[in-house]
Design a protein. Structure first.
Length: 277
């Protein structure tokens, strides 16, 4: 098995409601099943939904990789059911930086008065791993995870998961600048799937039509994603981390415009699963 499933696909803040019901309003959370191993990328509010599904399979061992620790990527963890079940083991990975680690970020949001249960009180076994850029993590049998740094305020890691001769790259919250980022191109070279930050349309990014420019905010648009997949020889492009102001119709239009440039593209939506093996 090598399957990717999307549990949260939005950026910045959850946006429930009738205008987002099709694509989904939860923030970033992506599950990858690779053989017998369960990997999770980011702990946004979609993590709550994934955790509820996992409660049927206890006890579990999971590997949770954080791209970074901005709020929309960690705010689901206090509601991650498996963390409250004794006998479960959760490995958590992320980059250490000048403001702290994954552990300190998760503990901070679970301190009073923010939350009634502190990280240290959770009964599951939590194991924290501070990653260096380029470090390779072996997970279970025949699963390799490699990281590289992207372009985002405060720093971000992108990840490549390899299993059974196939590969999936998760690169969210990263900005393209004038050319496709050489580091992300190298990470995504020949990948079967690239999940890429496609928060904006080119017009939104440039601040046209009455908006403000988004340059330097640490996010990309679909034309930049197309340049990246072509430069890296990626087989399938998944548009991810949709702006909270984009309705279902706006996300679908973003997908339509992307397919005109790279036909094998799809917008991420809650419940989307893609099998590679």
């Amino acid at each position: 098995m090598f399957r990717v499933t999307f549990w949260g696909v939005r950026g910045s803040i959850p946006v429930p409601g009738p205008d987002t019901a099709e694509i989904g309003g939860n923030t970033s959370c992506v599950e990858i099943r690779a053989g017998s191993s369960r990997l999770i990328f980011d702990g946004g509010t979609g993590l709550r939904l994934l955790g509820n599904a996992m409660l049927k399979e206890m006890p579990i061992t999971a590997h949770l990789f954080f791209s970074h620790v901005h709020w929309d990527h960690i705010q689901g963890f206090p509601f991650f059911g498996p963390a409250f079940v004794p006998g479960n083991t959760i490995h958590m990975y992320g980059a250490a930086n000048v403001t702290g680690t994954v552990e300190t970020a998760l503990a901070g949001q679970m301190e009073m008065p923010n939350f009634p249960v502190h990280l240290s009180m959770l009964p599951a076994k939590l194991l924290f791993h501070d990653l260096r850029e380029g470090e390779v993590v072996s997970v279970g049998e025949d699963v390799r995870v490699t990281s590289t740094a992207g372009n985002h305020p405060g720093g971000v890691l992108a990840y490549r998961v390899e299993h059974g001769g196939k590969s999936i790259v998760y690169a969210t919250d990263t900005e393209h600048y004038s050319i496709p980022d050489p580091k992300i191109v190298a990470l995504a070279r020949g990948a079967d799937i690239l999940i890429f930050d496609t928060m904006y349309t080119p017009e939104e990014y440039a601040g046209e039509r009455g908006g403000m420019p988004k340059t330097g905010w640490g996010h990309s648009h679909f034309e930049a994603g197309v340049e990246l997949v072509k430069a890296a020889g990626v087989k399938r492009y998944v548009l991810f981390h949709h702006d909270p102001s984009q309705t279902d119709a706006m996300v679908r239009d973003k997908e339509r415009r992307t397919r005109e440039l790279f036909p094998n593209s799809i917008c991420a939506y809650e419940g989307l699963s893609i099998d590679l093996l």
